[in-house]
Design a protein around this ligand. Sequence first.
Ligand code: CDM
Ligand code: ATP
Length: 322
Amino acid sequence: MTVTVPSKINVHLAVGPARDDGYHELTTVFQALSLTDTVTVSAAEESSLQVRGEGEKAVPRDERNLAWRAIDVLAEHLDTTPAELGPVQIALEKNIPVAGGMAGGSADAAGALLGLATLWKLDLSRDELTRLAAKLGSDVPFSLLGGTALGTGRGEELLPVLTRHTFHWVLAFAQRGLSTPRVYKELDRLREAGEPPPAAGDHDVVIEALASGDPHRLAELIGNDLQIAAVSLRPNLRRTLRAGVEAGALAGLVSGSGPTCAFLCEDAESAVQVSARLSGAGVCRTVRVASGPVHGARVVESDGGPPGGEPPWDPTPPQAHA
Ligand SMILES: C[C@](O)(CO)[C@H](O)COP(=O)(O)OP(=O)(O)OC[C@H]1O[C@@H](n2ccc(N)nc2=O)[C@H](O)[C@@H]1O
Ligand SMILES: Nc1ncnc2c1ncn2[C@@H]1O[C@H](COP(=O)(O)OP(=O)(O)OP(=O)(O)O)[C@@H](O)[C@H]1O
C-alpha cells in the first residue's frame, strides 16, 4: 500500500498566547505543496521501518518516528495491541526536509495512518481518521486533508478553502533543522521582552487573495508570526530571505517554524529562474521548486484492489468562503 503525502507551508500564521496545555492558539492558512513524501506499508514477517532520501540520517527509526506511532494510535482506537494487528514494514521515501517547518514528520504520520487503515481494511470515517491524526501532532490533520485550509485551535481544526488557482513557490532548505517547540518558546521570550509586532495580518484578506489567483496580491499579504523567532535563532535566515527576493521572487517567508524559506513567484517559469539564481547565491543547502495547492494523503498503489486514488471519505467537506 503506497501513499503520497504533501508538504505544507503556512501562507499566514498568527500565533496567540500559550495555552494552559503548552500549545499556542493559532489562526493559520495552510497550503499543501507538490514536494511530497511517499509512505509504503505492507504486511511482513517482522516489523521494520526503512527511511531513504532527504535528511534520512536525522530520522529516528524507532518508536519516536511519527509514522511508527500511527500503529499505536490505531491499536488504541481499536482497543487492541500492535502485536494483535500483526507485523508491518513501513518504508519512508523522504523529499520533505527534516525539522524544516514543512510538516515532514506529520506527512509520514498521515501517510502511515491512511496506508495502515487501508491495508487492514479498517472502517474509519474521515472524522475518525482526522481525530487520530490530531493525536499524532497538530499538523497531521492538514497533511491528510491537503489543498488549502484555514487552521484554528492548535492548528488541528480545519476548514477547507476552495481555491482554483495554482501558486508557484521556491523553497530554500537550510543546513540544519530547527526544533518546533524551541521556536515557539523563542517567540514567547521575544514577546515577554517587548512584544514584537505581529507579522501576520488578517486571514480573511489572505483567503481572498488566494481565491483571486493573483500572486502579486498574495505576495503583499503573506506573513508568519514565528518568522521573527526563527530568525532570532538563525540570524543568517535574513540573508536567505533577502536573496530570494533579489533573485526575482515576489515575496518570501519562513515556512512554519523554519528554517526552510518559501518564496512566492509570479509563475512556473519565474520559479525556475528564481531557483537557479538562488542556488547560485550560496545562502542555503538546497533549492526546490514546488506548486500548490495539491491534494492531501492519497493511496496511489494498493495490493490486489484497485488503486485508492481518492480518500475513503466524503470528498466535499464544508468550506470557508473566500
Ligand atoms: C509551526 C507549525 O508547523 C505551523 O503549522 C505547527 O504549529 C507545528 O505543528 P507540529 O509540528 O505538528 O507540532 P506538535 O507536534 O503538535 O507540537 C510540538 C510542539 O510545538 C509547540 N506547539 C505546537 C503547535 C501549537 N499550536 N503550539 C505550540 O506551542 C508545542 O511546544 C508542542 O509541544
Ligand atoms: N517520519 C519522520 N520524519 C522526520 N522527522 C521525524 C519523523 N518522525 C519523527 N521525527 C522527529 O521529529 C522531528 C521534527 O521533524 P519534522 O520533519 O516533522 O519537523 P517539521 O517539518 O519542522 O515539523 P512541523 O513543520 O510540523 O513543525 C525530527 O527532528 C525527528 O527527530
